[in-house]
Ligand binder design. Structure first.
Ligand SMILES: NC(=O)c1ccc[n+]([C@@H]2O[C@H](COP(=O)([O-])OP(=O)(O)OC[C@H]3O[C@@H](n4cnc5c(N)ncnc54)[C@H](O)[C@@H]3O)[C@@H](O)[C@H]2O)c1
Length: 262
């Protein structure tokens, strides 16, 4: 039996999820990537340790499909980690301008799908000696001033579920932690919410807080904070998934060059 563990990584085709997939493969994990978008070409040549399922994680049968496909792709090893990375932005609207469809979509992708995938994976981890779950949250998990109502609610709740899961399964060898990226520039998340759809009046209330972090687009690339790279986030995800962080459970680790100190 192979002692390589499987890491299921959602959002594996782009940004932080792609960087995490690359980092985990280099660290001797089997990676099962999941995304709505086509598989990342850069990883598809690794047919031994990388496998991929193109699926919308909000579909009701996605969690069972993902776990079954991951286990059959690497039949000789167990699921050691789940990384809930896939997520979308909102349009920055506060409650007064919130559209039902936007609320439902953001909650479906950023909260409901990760929770249901955790449920599926935890039942497998309980039967197989434990594992580690890492959720990609946001500064919007602890601040009301950096995103719209839907994104803020989804990421606050995802951190809540992270803490609840950490406590509930600590005696079964299952840990659950989260990271809070600041602003990551080498990703495609902006495509999930084009500026022409934003609630600009609401965004004007958020922008000063963003500007405190960094106005990346006015900086030379060599001056970008380290936290603006997806690879920096992937390294923290690897730490939280691995035994190096064995005593860490239920925390939200900011990866934002100090923005969280505000
Ligand atoms: N980029 C940032 O500045 C930033 C800041 C804070 C938090 N985050 C969080 O980081 C995570 C990753 O974002 P990113 O910046 O790498 O974005 P990204 O858009 O580059 O990657 C997200 C991936 O998720 C996939 N995805 C979206 N909806 C899906 C669905 N329904 N089913 C399956 N796959 C789906 C997309 O296809 C994409 O490949 C998100 O949860 C986001 O909220 C990002």
């Amino acid at each position: 039996m192979s002692d390589k563990k499987i890491a299921i990584i959602t959002g594996a085709s782009s940004g932080i999820g792609l960087a995490a997939s690359t980092t985990f493969l280099a660290s001797d994990w089997n990676v099962f990537g999941v995304d709505l978008s086509p598989a990342p070409e850069s990883l598809m040549s690794n047919t031994t340790n990388f496998s991929f399922l193109k699926v919308d994680i909000t579909q009701s049968d996605a969690p069972s499909q993902i776990v079954a496909a991951a286990k059959s792709a690497f039949s000789s090893s167990r699921i050691g980690a789940l990384l809930n990375v896939a997520g979308i932005m909102d349009k920055h609207a506060g409650v007064d301008k919130l559209l039902d469809a936007d609320w439902e979509k953001v909650m479906a992708v950023n909260l409901n799908a990760p929770v249901k995938l955790m449920r599926e994976v935890i039942n497998d981890m309980k039967a197989n000696g434990g594992g580690s779950i890492v959720n990609v949250c946001s500064k919007a998990s602890v601040s009301g001033a950096v995103a719209g109502a839907a994104y803020t609610a989804s990421k606050h709740a995802l951190f809540g579920i992270t803490k609840n899961t950490a406590w509930m399964y600590k005696d079964e060898g299952i840990r659950c932690n989260a990271i809070a990226p600041g602003g990551v520039i080498d990703t495609n998340i902006a495509k999930s919410s084009p500026p022409e759809t934003w609630d600009m009046a609401a965004y004007a209330k958020i922008k000063p807080i963003h500007d405190v972090y960094a106005d990346f687009y006015n900086l030379a690339p060599e001056k970008f904070p380290k936290s603006s790279n997806s690879a920096t986030h992937a390294a923290v995800l690897l730490f939280l998934a691995s035994d190096a962080s064995a005593g860490v459970n239920g925390v939200l680790v900011p990866v934002d060059s100090g923005w969280s100190t505000l």
